[in-house]
Every structure is written in C-alpha cells, then in structure tokens.
Design a protein around this ligand. Structure first.
Ligand SMILES: [Ca+2]
Ligand SMILES: [Ca+2]
Length: 252
C-alpha cells in the first residue's frame, strides 16, 4: 500500500516538473506502418528541417490532436492534415506522404480534455493562432480575421462578431469528434476548419473578438450536436482549395 502511494506521488512530481513539453505526443516515422527512423514530438515544430525530417514523414502515432502542414511555419495554402486520438496510428498516403514540413498540437499544453478555444488566422487551423481558456474581449492580432476554430473539453462557447459580446453570435460545441482510450480517458474536440461554412450567421473572417464561455455541460460528455459535420473519424484533410473533411478512407 505504501509502495503504491509513493509511486503515485513520484509520478505526479515527474509530470509537474515539465519533463514533457506537452501531454500531446506525435511519433513520426519515415516509412509507412511505423517503419524507418522515427522521432517523437511533444511541442510545436515550425520547421522539420531543424530535425532533418522535412518531407519525410510517412506514418504517425498520436496522442492528443495534431495538425500537419505541407509548408513550414504552419502556413496556409497547401495540404493540411489533422489526426487525433489516444495512441492513434495512421499512414500518410498520396499527396500527404513525404509532404509535411511543420506540425503543432491543438488545445491545452498540460491537459488533453481541458476547456480551451483556439482561433486561427487561416482556414484549416493554419497560420497565426490565438488561444484561450476563458472569456475574452479581444483576439489580439486576429481581430476580425478568424477563419477556423478548434475547441477542446466539455464547454461550448459563443462567438460574437461585435464588440463586448454583441452582434450576431453562434454557439460552437467541442462535439464534432470524440476519442476514448478504453480506460476512461476522453478527448472531446470541436473542429471548425472553415467558420464561413460551419455556420451561416457569421461571414468569413468577420469574427471580431469576443468569446464568452457558456454553461458547462455534464462531465459525462453528453454534448448537443449542432448542424455541423458529425465526425471526421480521427482525421481530416485539405488539399488545395478543396474541402474534404471526413471524406478520407476510414482508418479507424
Ligand atoms: Ca517517407
Ligand atoms: Ca513540405
């Protein structure tokens, strides 16, 4: 009994000293099916050249939610691919094989299923981002320039297109995707890769700044589904200007 207790304390201390950059983890392989050489990332990687891994990744195992970009610095304009889950594995095929030059995770650094919102300058979680966990009256440099939104946790958020929580608004839920690890851990995600089509009330790139936290829903994770796509089955993709969320072959 005492041994067990000591172990738990030691483990907690290890986590709190920040031995990992984040609770998100992506092990990237140079070949399909976990082959070739590999590197495990737990932090934002703006340029895979730094790790001699540019345009080499062919498969990946992720915990948390990870977004892969064909260009360095999470830049918009070409292929973007997102993968999430608990130890979820997938191969990258076709134009996504040997293509990625940067990657980053979404949500909280320290807690997979905490309530967070992240807004992005460009479509498909690309470009500059602004992250928060509470109501905010300003989106900093992204004021009026939000194109995509990523939510985690169990709280829905209302996004307003006017100052001080005014103007037209839309309530978004972290309910487009849900991952479980089979041992009780849950990751709820709201993926809104294009806010101009995920809701009709907000014109594209015209969300101005105010986000207010709504009533938390039950910890059970029973979230109300709104009229957006119901699932991307652990991954979504975008190539060129074509939107193809959820159209990928199911790997799960
Ligand atoms: Ca490769
Ligand atoms: Ca590339």
């Amino acid at each position: 009994m005492m041994k067990t207790l000591l172990f738990v304390v030691a483990f907690t201390a290890l986590l709190s000293t920040g031995s990992l950059a984040s609770v998100h983890q992506a092990t990237c392989y140079t070949d399909h099916n976990k082959g070739g050489s590999y590197q495990t990332f737990t932090d934002y990687i703006p340029d895979l050249l730094t790790y001699n891994f540019d345009n080499q990744i062919s498969s990946v195992t992720v915990t948390g939610i990870w977004i892969f970009y064909e260009r360095a610095n999470f830049a918009a304009g070409t292929s973007v691919y997102w993968v999430h889950g608990f130890n979820y594995f997938t191969n990258f095929d076709g134009g996504y094989d040997n293509a990625f030059s940067s990657l980053r995770y979404g949500g909280s650094t320290s807690c997979l299923n905490c309530d967070t919102w992240t807004v992005y300058l460009d479509l498909y979680f690309s470009g500059s981002e602004y992250y928060g966990t509470t109501d905010t009256a300003s989106l900093g440099s992204l004021q009026k320039e939000v194109s995509s939104i990523l939510l985690t946790g169990i709280s829905p958020w209302t996004f307003y297109n006017g100052p001080s929580y005014t103007g037209s608004s839309v309530c978004l839920y972290p309910s487009t995707d849900q991952d479980t690890d089979g041992a009780g851990s849950v990751l709820n995600i709201g993926l809104y890769p294009d806010v101009s089509t995920d809701n009709n009330t907000l014109p594209r790139r015209d969300i101005s700044g105010d986000i207010r936290q709504q009533h938390p829903v039950s910890a059970q994770g029973m979230l109300v589904k709104e009229g957006h796509q119901s699932s991307s089955r652990g991954q979504g993709t975008r190539q060129g200007t074509q939107r193809c969320l959820g159209s990928l072959q199911g790997h799960r």
